[in-house]
Design a protein around this ligand. Structure first.
Ligand code: ZN
Length: 150
C-alpha cells in the first residue's frame, strides 16, 4: 500500500470513529433523509442557511464506515461556504468516485475528499460514499424530504 493510500485510509478511519458535526440540528433551514437500501446506510442531513451561505451542517443516523466518514468530511467541507461552492464540491466528488478525476493537481485541490478516490474501484461502495452528498444536494435544491439511492 502506498503512503498516499495509507493517508487516505487514516482519514476514513478517523472520520468514522469521530464523525464531525454528528448531531441533530435545532432550527435547521432544511433537513433531508437519505437512504441507501443496498447497504442499509440511513442518515438525515441538516443545513442552516443565511441567504446563500451555509452557516451550519450536521447529520445523524447510521451506516457503514465509508458512508459515515463521507458524511463527516462533507459536513466539514461545505460549512461556511456558499450553496454554489457546495454544489461545485458535489460535482467534483461525483467525478472522483466515478474515477473521472485524475492527476495529482486535481486530487490535491480536493483535500480530504481525495480520501474517497479508491471507492471508484468498488461500484457498490460508490453509493455509500455519495449518499450524504446526494442528500445535501437534495436539501439545497429541492423540496423533497427524503431520497433513496435506488
Ligand atoms: Zn454503506
Amino acid at each position: 500500500m502506498s503512503v498516499l493510500n495509507e493517508l487516505y485510509q487514516q482519514v476514513i478511519l478517523d472520520h468514522n470513529k469521530s464523525p464531525r458535526n454528528f448531531r441533530v440540528m435545532e432550527g435547521a433551514t432544511k433537513h433531508v433523509e437519505g437512504y441507501n437500501p443496498l447497504c442499509g446506510d440511513h442518515y438525515t442531513v441538516y443545513v442552516k442557511l443565511d441567504g446563500d451561505q451555509i452557516v451550519d451542517v450536521s447529520f445523524e443516523g447510521a451506516g457503514c464506515a465509508i458512508s459515515k466518514a463521507s458524511a463527516s468530511v462533507m459536513s466539514a467541507m461545505v460549512k461556511n461556504h456558499t450553496v454554489a461552492e457546495a454544489e461545485e464540491l458535489f460535482r467534483d466528488f461525483h467525478r472522483l468516485v466515478k474515477g473521472e478525476l485524475a492527476g495529482e493537481e486535481e486530487l490535491e485541490r480536493l483535500g480530504k475528499l481525495a480520501a474517497f478516490a479508491g471507492v471508484s474501484e468498488f461500484p457498490a461502495r460508490v453509493k455509500c460514499a455519495s449518499l450524504a452528498w446526494h442528500t445535501l444536494h437534495s436539501a439545497l435544491n429541492t423540496n423533497e424530504t427524503s431520497i433513496s439511492t435506488e
